[in-house]
Design a protein around this ligand. Structure first.
Ligand code: ADP
Ligand code: MG
Length: 343
């Protein structure tokens, strides 16, 4: 081993680092059905499986209490975990909640955080079954672990897409990124001049997309009622393009998506233009929408065709076709996955 070798984490990036760590991990228990590499791990539990996911949220990195009310931070911390359970096509049942607090926080502040956590627990029908509490030197840290259940044959992995499957996206995309830009802009205005009242009325939709995302459990329940199991699925936390890349890599397929099929809300579009951002770039690379991206076999298309909130944005191809975006003018451009760079 070389003595003074130092590799910057930025050289590997978030996904490269996870791949690197994964190589050093050995699975020892036969009940570990699927470890690192999907939205949640899968653990055998008799006639069904448990799915487990965890997320860490840091003040100043993932949320800013200058504009994110603690209730919303609590709700979002639960929602992002439920979203990863949904992405496996499973039903969330329990969560654990761990928090680290600096002395800036009072009991009332923790109550506000928990009012959001409890509201989300009601909304998603999950039980808070434990956690940990400790001191922090740098603000608030929240880590939530969610446990869900499914039958093995109900699960949707990132790796199950086949050639000529239809690619579906729920809801609308890009709103959370645009909302964040507005909140940041108003914060700067306020810091420069505390007498200025932030003018957010025009932007309530996009700011809510950022501050209070809703995991799409409604879609998971509907897919079950319709008897559709997606061939692959993940949630859109890092941006549509980045998530499509995950499907391509895990399923060994290519993708072709169509610009005119990409779902964007009017307020997201207008606000992006106002901010000087390209709306389609926001849809492709904006993170944190927590919508679902999934593929279905063509035979299931009729069952979903009329659904108001599921959009058919393209199809999978043979891997050598690559990853393509067909623009409104019919030009084919290579899809780039910028996603969110943490490092
Ligand atoms: P998601 O965006 O769906 O939460 P991530 O990109 O965070 O997924 O993680 C991808 C996979 O890597 C998941 O299986 C996750 O559990 C795993 N993972 C992430 N960080 C670590 C880590 N430090 N050690 C082990 N596994 C990790
Ligand atoms: Mg995910």
């Amino acid at each position: 081993m070389e003595d003074n070798k130092r590799t910057e984490i930025g050289e590997l990036g978030e996904f490269g680092l996870i791949d690197h760590l994964n190589k050093s991990i050995k699975i020892k228990n036969t009940s570990t059905f699927k470890g690192i590499g999907d939205d949640a791990a899968v653990i055998e539990a008799g006639d069904h499986v448990k799915v487990v996911t965890t997320d860490l949220l840091l003040e100043g990195v993932h949320f800013d209490l200058a504009y994110a009310p603690l209730q919303h931070v609590g709700f979002k911390a639960v929602a992002v975990n439920v979203s990863d359970i949904a992405a496996m096509n499973a039903i969330p049942k329990q969560i654990t909640v761990s928090i680290a607090l600096s002395n800036r926080f009072s009991v009332e502040a923790v109550d506000a955080l928990y009012s959001g956590i409890n509201a989300a627990s009601e909304h998603y029908n999950v039980d808070v079954v434990g956690g940990d509490t400790t001191a922090s030197r740098s603000g608030l840290v929240i880590s939530i672990t969610a446990i869900g259940e499914a039958k093995k044959e109900e699960l949707s992995y990132r790796s199950g897409a086949k050639t000529n499957d239809i690619i579906c996206a729920t809801g609308d995309l890009g709103g959370a990124l645009v909302g964040l830009q507005i909140l940041e802009r108003e914060k700067q205005v306020f810091m420069a001049n505390p007498d200025m009242k932030p003018d957010l009325d025009k932007y309530t939709f996009v700011t809510a997309r950022q501050l209070k995302p809703d995991a799409r459990m409604d879609i998971i329940h509907e897919l079950r009622e319709l008897g559709v199991v997606p061939t692959s699925m993940l949630d859109i936390s890092d941006g549509l393009a980045s998530e499509l890349f995950h499907i391509c890599k895990a399923s060994n397929v290519g993708v072709t998506i169509y610009e005119d099929k990409l779902p964007i809300d009017k307020q997201t579009y207008d606000t992006a233009v106002e901010l000087g951002l390209d709306p389609i770039t926001c849809v492709l690379n904006g993170g944190e929408d927590y919508e679902l991206l999934f593929t279905i076999d063509q035979k299931d298309f009729e069952k979903l065709e009329k659904h108001a909130d599921i959009h058919f944005i393209g199809h999978t191809t043979k891997p050598d076709n690559g990853k393509n975006l067909v623009t409104k003018s019919g030009t084919v451009v290579e899809l780039k996955a910028q996603g969110w760079k943490h490092f």
